[in-house]
Design a protein around this ligand. Structure first.
Ligand SMILES: [Zn+2]
Ligand SMILES: [Zn+2]
Length: 241
């Protein structure tokens, strides 16, 4: 898709004459390392989806960003037949080995990818937190019987939420200040706008103790740790600049 709209390229000016004279195969080879499976792993910039990105001159001499594995296939095998996509037989998106690429229809490509994802998930024996997927610990939603959910994690989350609610109710009953802070208080603590706090939650940098409930409440110590770490990393970036 992104290949069909050529863009005026700014990096073209930054290429040295030597780089411009380099053959396309040389440019590709310079950015590739071969791994144990024979994959040509792209070491340069990658797209959001994880495919290699390469600046290539088009027919008019202008340079534009292209997907590296497709460039490789065209260089070593030939044009990709109209309407077909290149499927990575090795399932390594950064791989540019033309022998690992096969032109297939979009339908086949999607079908193969889904199959791989299902196979990978199906072989996992433990949840991301390390609980085993035993029969007793596995919940399969009736509407999606192929999915597996970890019961231990669900219980932990419910317990955490109940404890937070209880602590909050106790604090309110005792007329003490709440042990938790709201989004607005987090913003004040961190010296940022409320929108930034919402972004941190979305990105998983900080987690409300009452996920799924409103308003969000946060553990002040967790916020202090996060803002301290953030300030430290900003200071390091500042030193480097
Ligand atoms: Zn490969
Ligand atoms: Zn779990």
């Amino acid at each position: 898709m992104q290949e069909s709209k050529p863009k005026r390229d700014r990096t073209a000016r930054r290429l040295t004459p030597e780089q411009r004279n380099e053959s396309a195969k040389q440019r590709l080879a310079r950015r590739v390392v071969v791994d144990g499976n024979g994959c040509w792993i792209w070491t340069g910039a990658v797209t959001h989806a994880g495919y290699g990105r390469i600046q290539m001159a088009d027919g008019t001499g202008a340079s534009r960003a292209r997907v590296a594995h497709r460039v490789s296939y065209e260089l070593y095998v030939g044009a990709v037949p109209e309407g077909l996509q290149l499927d990575h037989l090795c399932r390594v998106r950064a791989c540019c080995n033309p022998e690992h690429l096969e032109p297939v229809t979009a339908k086949v490509n999607t079908w193969r990818s889904d199959l791989t994802a299902a196979r990978i998930n199906g072989t996992k024996t433990h949840c991301p937190r390390g609980h085993e997927f035993t029969d007793a610990n596995t919940y399969r939603p009736p509407s999606k019987p192929n999915q597996r959910h970890c019961r231990a994690c669900k219980h932990d989350e419910a317990r955490r939420r109940r404890a937070a609610d209880k602590a909050l109710r106790a604090a309110l009953a005792a007329d003490r200040p709440s042990p938790y802070v709201t989004s607005a208080q987090v913003a004040k603590m961190a010296g940022v706008l409320p929108g930034t706090v919402r972004a941190w939650v979305r990105l998983g940098h900080i987690a409300p103790i009452n996920r799924g409930c409103k308003p969000h409440l946060f553990e002040p110590n967790e916020i202090l740790a996060f803002t301290a770490a953030r300030r430290a990393s900003i200071a390091i970036e500042g030193d480097a600049a």
